[in-house]
Design a protein around this ligand. Sequence first.
Ligand SMILES: C[S@@+](CC[C@H](N)C(=O)[O-])C[C@H]1O[C@@H](n2cnc3c(N)ncnc32)[C@H](O)[C@@H]1O
Length: 298
Amino acid sequence: MDPAADSAYELLSQYSHSFMVSQVLFAACELGLFDLLAEAGEPLSSAAVATGLGTSPHGTELLLDTCASLELLTVETGAGRALYRNSGLASSFLTRTSPTSQLHMLRYLSNTTYPCWAHLAAAVREGRPQYSRAFGVPSQDLFAAIYRSEAEQLCFMRGLQEVWAVHGRAVMTAFDLSSFPVICDLGGDFFKDPLPAADLYVLARVLHDWTDDRCSHLLARIHHTCKPGGGILVVESVLREDGRGPLTTQLYSLNMLVQTEGRERTPAEYCRLLSSAGFQDFRMKKTGCTYDAMLARK
Ligand SMILES: C[S@@+](CC[C@H](N)C(=O)[O-])C[C@H]1O[C@@H](n2cnc3c(N)ncnc32)[C@H](O)[C@@H]1O
């Protein structure tokens, strides 16, 4: 093969095997590998890890060496044996006791998002979420499908919070919010319940769940309750103006297809939704992280 075909094939191979990388990460978390290594306080051999986790020696060795190649573990070799410890990435994000742990989000991605993505082609064909194919529950009542059990709801909510332990500061400091003494972070059934009085309403990762019509309905409710001079802060992963990136946001948009009624949007689309609801002075700040902040006023 010529070099161009070689590199094209390499890219294809990387894309087609990426799911295996996710599964290594999910399995290692599910088995408690990173917690075992954190709690051991010293690097462990493959045999000690297998004993600690109650896993097969052969499977454990393969998993550990793959985790080391993925930079989830570091490995020290000498005297004919290998000893494993958590990498910085694993210590920060993959252990139960770390303040920036992402373990609930990873469990949610593994147990809920991944089975829905197994039906991506069907989602594209039909243009709707895939809970019925993935879990045998009807998708018509999205709330009931998303929050299928208390355990599921708790895992999802904890996972959502874990992301803010990493990105929250960048998002909440993007604008000077000191002129808003009372800030209300909207959640729950904001389509029906009366909205509390506040100077600023935060809608974080909410509009991306909904169609334009539902977003307009919600924004009109907020505008109605908002005092003149009050504001709305919308926090979302925002597409480039031409909609062609960033890739992470495009993947999130496909995720909205398989799991919700919504999609990720461009700055102009958010501006249009907010303006149609009566909000003015739309401003957007890119934070450099996955989520950006948009502020508008009544
Ligand atoms: C993706 S969560 C975002 C939570 C939080 N703002 C964050 O960024 O972590 C979506 C929010 O929409 C609310 N919600 C209201 N109606 C809903 C519905 N029918 N289906 C799903 N979520 C709904 C949930 O209670 C939840 O607070």
